[in-house]
Unconditional design. Structure first.
Length: 393
């Protein structure tokens, strides 16, 4: 079959989207995979979510023939959840298209690596956002830099900084100190090399290029009131009940114990009567739990579980404990999933409003396609989410 641009559009739409791409991206991580989808609550650029911030108090015991409680209503506020926009962009050169015009197999091989790379990069970025604050923070500069290419980082490490990534850096004011500079190499867990010499102050926040404050809300933002004082336009000072539960140790790590795990597991039940439906951590802390359970003879060995989607889990108090490589170190998340939804105006789709997926790149012998997703994570009851922090790995 002779390949042309319309054939390419059809392949991108059918073979590379409705099948493996949407499946892979919607299964980006276990939490994202399991979230209920809501497309009906979108109004313009926002999702609208009713949040109950106070129960009715029209209840109480009375004497025989006594007057009934004074009627009142529960207190609600309307949360406005702004949609966030995520993209992946691929580019195919004119010679690549020309050289494979008469050979469908050659064409597919030429395109496949670009599509797979873009999809995997977007999947990883979405996965990371699920655990963040919505700010886009990737790391903190560990020390000032003066006209140097060597950037040392902490908070937590260089794990989310990648070779060829373009980054920005802002102070807390905020003032921008690094603008769209590429990472040449990731040298270690604490150091990267930049493509050109830059100057910055200690503790500037590192972001992916132009992503600052444009990412989806994640677990840390839903839970941590000190980090996100206003969530979905609701002030957590005015409505402290719209805060999650953070069980930390003032940034000093401590040993994992069954007592701490039970305390974190019980927290949401004590607060709002909703127990966790899933527990998430990195690999190191789940290994710690497995060893701890055996050592303290809670089980002969933690029970293994297989969840929908093929995710493997251990069991704690009858609830699956899963690992995610993008979960924050030294932290374990106890989540009640039914109060969280993925509000979105689109699934993962190719940009094609003008009728074509493939568009010419102005000024270059190349064509590009853009994959996008419009959505945001909303949580009606942050009190149902608990973060156990400052645990030694």
């Amino acid at each position: 079959m002779a390949m042309n641009l319309s054939n390419f559009d059809a392949l991108l739409k059918e073979m590379y989207l409705k099948g493996p791409i949407q499946k892979a991206l919607n299964s980006a991580c276990v939490l994202f995979h399991r979230m209920e989808r809501d497309t009906d609550s979108i109004v313009g650029e926002y999702a609208v979510m009713p949040v109950m911030v106070g129960y009715t108090q029209a209840v109480g015991a009375r004497a025989d023939a006594g007057g009934l409680p004074t009627a009142q209503q529960a207190s609600y506020v309307r949360a406005h959840i702004p949609l966030q926009y995520n993209y992946a962009r691929i580019q195919i050169t004119g010679p690549t298209i020309r050289q494979s015009k008469s050979n469908e197999g050659a064409f597919l091989r030429a395109v496949e690596s670009e599509v797979k790379a873009a999809v995997e990069a977007l999947r990883k970025d979405i996965n990371r956002q699920v655990f963040g604050w919505g700010t886009g923070q990737l790391a903190l500069a560990n020390g000032a830099g003066n006209n140097t290419v060597t950037l040392t980082v902490d908070g937590p490490s260089s794990k989310w900084l990648k070779k060829n990534m373009y980054i920005d850096a802002y102070t807390s004011v905020p003032a921008q100190e690094i603008n769209s500079i590429q990472i040449s190499t990731v040298d270690s867990t604490t150091q990267v090399t930049l493509a050109s010499a830059q100057t910055w102050t200690d503790n500037v926040v590192i972001y992916r290029e132009d992503a600052k404050d444009n990412e989806m809300m994640g677990l840390r933002g839903i839970i941590e009131t000190a980090s996100v004082t206003t969530l979905y336009n609701i002030s957590r000072t005015t409505y402290p009940e719209f805060s999650g539960s953070l069980l930390d140790n003032s940034a000093t790590n401590r040993a994992l114990s069954l007592t701490l795990l039970d305390q974190a597991f019980d927290k949401s039940g004590e607060e709002v009567g909703l127990e966790p439906t899933i527990i998430v951590s990195g690999h190191a802390l789940r290994r710690k739990y497995g060893a701890l359970a055996v050592t303290q003879k809670r089980f002969v060995a933690p029970n293994a579980m297989t969840l929908d989607g093929g995710y493997k889990a251990l069991e704690f108090n009858g609830v699956p404990w899963v690992v995610d490589t993008d979960s924050w170190p030294n932290r374990i998340f106890f989540c009640h999933e039914p109060v969280t939804k993925l509000y979105r105006a689109s699934d993962f789709e190719w940009m094609s409003e003008d009728g074509a997926i493939l568009s010419r790149v102005s000024g270059y012998d190349a064509y590009e396609a853009v994959l996008f997703h419009y959505g945001e994570i909303g949580c009606q009851n942050p009190k149902a989410q608990t973060e156990l922090a400052d645990i030694t790995e």
